[in-house]
Write a protein that binds this ligand. Sequence first.
Ligand code: DX5
Ligand code: ZN
Length: 226
Amino acid sequence: MSFSRKIKIAPSILSADFASFGAECEAIEAQGADWVHVDVMDGHFVPNITFGPSTCAAIRPHIKTVMDVHLMIAPVDPFIEAFAEAGADIITAHVEAGPHIHRTLQAIRGAGCKVGVALNPGTDVDSVDYLLDMVDLICVMTVNPGFGGQKFIHSQIGKVERLRAMIGDRPIHIEIDGGITPQTAPLMARAGADVLVAGSAVFKGGSVSNPGVYGENIRAIRDAAG
Ligand code: DX5
Ligand code: ZN
């Protein structure tokens, strides 16, 4: 996958129909999704539980674009191989998930996946100072992780501007995760983000049997981002 800063929309299947994950992945890709964002939660690092490597393996054949796996789990290291085996293209770990993020990112690279690091809203960009040459993606949480449909945290706009300056011309994606709508998308695109994760704003009003709404919602976010 060659590097481009062109805006990409990555619907989060956290807001999809959990009984039809395969069909939902096919539907959002047919309706214009650039990546599929897969929110893994363990009920320990975040106060919610979703799914694990076996679900990722089950949906992998239904994803033609990029399976962007966001690990909201702690510890991370014991599970990296399993998510790589399941077919993750990108594995993103939280800098807050443990004391050895440098080693975790080395292990994700060693497992053959693209490397992402995620920052919760309260975590400063200086936490990735020594990681910039190890990552392909930095995910800025614009909600406190654990649930879809939360309100966008505007203080993160300044964080993205600082991050964009720190990155310079390194081939690192800035991904925004949480509360992305046609109203908030332009704020983050202008600040320097290029991957916009959206769960509720993509899936609301649509279904596998009415996927056209997904396309309308994706286009609304993309058009707003400019
Ligand atoms: C939250 C997840 C987000 C969330 C986004 O912990 O990481 O990806 O699903 O959902 P919306 O777009 O509904 O805020
Ligand atoms: Zn996510």
